[in-house]
Write a protein that binds this ligand. Structure first.
Ligand code: C2E
Ligand code: MG
Ligand code: MG
Length: 743
């Protein structure tokens, strides 16, 4: 539950992080866009301001042009006659371009069209024009009127000989600064570098603005309550060569754009409302803002849905991977993970315990799978009851359980295992179904330094197998003997490759005889392994190893091929060849191509299938699946006879005899050993007659004594195999045996 909650909160954290990220990225984007809009907006303002400046300058230029026109028409510049020239100008002056025009000689003696005479030699505009400059003065306030003086030099040849000047009402220029068709400007000013107002194009539509309260723009802003910082910025802008944007308080919060206009030291100031300035920006960015939030919400919601679904899927997968289907406990995968963690994070001694139920298959087969599962669940609960903190366990497979127990005190582990075994045994008795649950328990004390879970399980399993079937002991602890066996098995594994290469595997034949007349009836092929160092090895030593590593499949084929080769040799030599039975491991049934491979070998040596019998152990045949029956049918079709080996050692169900179509029943040595005992005799003779009634041939194996042989002969057991007649012998010896048979 805790894990689930953690997952949910981590999902929420992921969603929150992702949403914050989206909003963050959106914020950065908006900032970027704001910057871009700002630039665009400023460019736009600059562009429009330039238009106004152009307009103002054109007005001024026009005025100079007009003056120039008069200067060019002065009749005699070598000797200026002020009055007559001025009169002439007056007579040709049209419109109201200037309200006054005058002229001065180089000493500043001036006369104007009003007939007034005065000295202007001290006027700055006069001095500058005498220096060959075109001058427009700052705005001069004259009562209620404002005007500017325009002055230009009068030249004679290359020399300036006088000055032509004119006065023009400032208002006329102000009026002409028409910004009505401009997009953004509200109020326009032209000021000098001290902030003195030159042109005031404000309030074109607002007569109340007309009244000039102050003649300095800085004073005006001070009056309007601008901060010192703004004022400083402004004064700086007035003396700067570059254009500046300044946030000002001008009734409301506004933006002032201050730019030099290239006339005197004048600057133009365009003022617009903040809203207007931000108009484009606000509109588009508001939308972007909304979009970012909508996107973030949709994104977050989608992400949440995905995470919730993923979480659900993960839980499902985890459930499949981490939960055992039958018990609802940990799966083997989870067990391995947990063991890994325990090994890494603790310093305790541990033991890996492997346990299973003896003859579990029997419980399954007799009482059904559900009962089998009940037993597994019961054992799971019982193990769970004895678990301590820092320990884990799981149902591994079939009836097998693996436990990882603290083993600082091994006696405690043993005590718990004995208890578990006792409880399990009792449960079987208590149930109305009459069977006992006998546990086999293998304990492997873990070596932390070389810990590998698979090896640990293998060792615990090996330990367990060492006591399988020995009901006197419920547990075993991995020790030196087992270690030796493990090493020996490993040695055997390492020897396989060389054994194949050097053909160290030999086929031995153990003859079978007709019980009625003691004549040779055939043989069983048994493998022997000759190794230079180890001498002769017997199957019980290496077959389990081969069964484990799968090599048995190859060995069976090897044996089959050598038997076929021998039979071909014997047939060619004219022997009276009897059928040879070849052992076949259960694993062979999982080899999909084995029937084809075996028939191909028969073909290769041209051996008729009737010479071969395939021995399958009772356990193999006990699976009794449809697939197995189908395989046997195919083998029958290919001409092979099927022999059930070791009959009576497993959990033979008589039903199996009915369902699995075997041809020959091989009575296990354990039954033969019981001959002589009254009950044993009954069992053996009953099995023999039952087999015969089911149309099967009966072979008795492990016959060692005359009594056994005679008993079997008397109850009409078909064939006898055992030391009484012959031990397994080499093929050469068997050939001699065949000759005897033929005699
Ligand atoms: P099995 O197929 O039941 O073979 C009979 C075993 O009983 C043989 O042991 C044989 O030597 C032994 N035996 C025969 N008569 C007597 C007797 O009178 N007294 C006693 N005490 N034993 C007797 P072996 O050859 O050691 O083989 C043991 C098992 O190994 C075989 O049991 C069979 O299951 C397996 N095996 C042998 N060769 C092969 C093989 O080529 N392939 C496979 N898959 N298994 C093989
Ligand atoms: Mg056999
Ligand atoms: Mg046998």
């Amino acid at each position: 539950m805790k894990i689930g909650k953690n997952r949910i909160s981590s999902s929420i954290i992921v969603v929150v992080i992702m949403m914050t990220l989206v909003i963050g990225i959106g914020g950065i984007y908006i900032r970027y866009m704001r910057g871009r809009y700002d630039t665009i907006q400023k460019k736009e303002i600059n562009h429009e301001t330039n238009q106004i400046v152009k307009n103002v300058k054109k007005q001024i230029d026009d005025n100079f042009y007009y003056l120039e026109y008069f200067s060019k028409n002065i009749s005699d510049t070598s000797k200026l006659n002020c009055e007559s020239e001025v009169d002439r100008i007056k007579s040709v002056m049209t419109g109201e371009k200037f309200y006054l025009i005058g002229m001065a000689d180089k000493d500043g003696n001036a006369c104007d069209i009003n007939g007034d005479k005065y000295d202007i030699s001290a006027e700055e505009y006069f001095v500058n024009s005498m220096n060959d400059e075109y001058v427009i003065t700052d705005t001069i306030i004259d009562g209620n009127k404002k005007h500017n003086i325009y002055s230009i030099p009068i030249r004679h040849d290359e020399d300036v000989v006088g000055v032509l000047y004119a006065k023009k009402y400032t208002e006329e220029i102000e009026r002409s600064i028409n910004a009505d068709d401009m997009e953004i400007e509200e109020d326009i000013w032209v000021v000098d570098s001290d902030g003195n107002i030159i042109f005031d194009a404000t309030g074109r539509d607002k007569p109340e603005n007309k009244k000039i309260r102050t003649h300095n723009f800085v004073d005006k802003l001070e009056e309007l309550g601008n901060s010192k910082r703004t004022i400083d910025e402004l004064t700086k802008a007035f003396s700067a060569d570059e254009a500046t944007f300044i946030k000002i308080k001008y009734h409301k919060s506004k933006i002032a754009y201050v730019k030099p206009i290239d006339v005197n030291d004048w600057k133009i100031i365009t003022i617009m409302s903040y809203d207007k300035f931000n108009r484009y920006k606000a509109q588009s960015l508001d939308k972007t803002n909304q979009l970012v939030y909508i996107f973030a919400i949709i994104y977050g919601a989608t992400l949440l849905v995905i995470l919730v679904l993923q979480n659900r899927n993960r839980k499902k997968i985890e459930h499949i991977a981490y939960v055992d289907e039958i018990t609802g406990g940990k799966s083997f995968t989870k067990f391995k993970d947990d063991v890994d963690k325990l090994i890494k994070n603790t310093s305790d001694d541990y033991a890996l315990v492997d346990l299973d139920v003896d003859k579990f298959k029997y419980i399954n087969d007799i009482f059904g799978y559900e009962e089998g599962n009940n037993v597994i669940r019961f054992i799971w609960r019982e193990i769970n009851n004895i678990m301590e903190t820092g320990e884990v366990f799981a149902h591994y497979r079939a009836d097998q359980f693996v436990l990882f127990l603290k083993a600082n005190d091994m006696d405690h582990v043993i005590k718990r295992m004995e208890m578990l075994s006792l409880t399990a045994q009792k449960r079987g008795v208590q149930k109305e179904k009459n069977y006992e649950i006998i546990l086999s328990i293998g304990i492997y004390p873990v070596d932390r330094k070389f810990f590998n879970i698979d090896t640990a399980i293998d060792r615990a399993d090996l330990t367990k197998k060492s006591i399988k079937g020995k009901h006197s002991k419920v547990y075993a602890i991995y020790d030196d003997t087992l270690r030796q066996k493990e090493l020996r098995d490993q040695e055997i594994e390492n020897m396989i490759e060389k054994a194949i290469k050097d053909e160290e595997f030999k086929v031995y034949y153990q003859p079978k005889y007709n019980s009625s007349n003691s004549e040779l009836a055939g043989a069983e092929a048994l493998v022997r392994w000759y190794n230079e160092e180890c001498g002769m090895l017997f199957p019980n030593e290496f077959i389990p190893v081969f069964e484990n590593n799968g090599f048995i499949v190859e060995l069976d084929e090897y044996m089959f091929e050598h038997v076929c080769r021998d039979i071909r040799k014997w047939l060619d030599a004219g022997y009276n060849v009897m059928p040879v039975s070849v052992n076949m491991s259960q694993l062979q049934l999982y080899n999909a191509r084995f029937i084809e491979e075996y028939t191909a070998i028969l073909k290769k040596y041209d051996v008729p299938a009737e010479y071969i019998q395939l021995e399958m152990t009772e356990t193999t045949l006990f699976s009794e699946t449809d697939a197995l029956i189908e395989t046997i049918d195919k083998l029958h079709k290919a001409g092979f006879k099927i022999l059930m080996d070791d009959f009576g050692t497993g959990y033979s169900s008589l039903n199996m005899l009915k369902n699995v179509p075997v041809d020959i029943l091989k009575l296990d040595k354990s039954f033969v050993d019981d001959i002589g005992d009254a009950k044993g005799d009954i069992v053996v003779s009953t099995i023999v007659s039952l087999g015969q009634l089911l149309d099967m041939k009966i072979v008795a194996e492990g016959v060692e004594t005359k009594e056994q042989y005679e008993f079997l002969r008397d109850i009409f057991c078909d064939e006898i195999q055992g030391y009484y007649f012959s031990r397994p012998i080499s093929s050469e010896e068997y050939m001699k045996e065949m000759t005897k048979g033929a005699l």
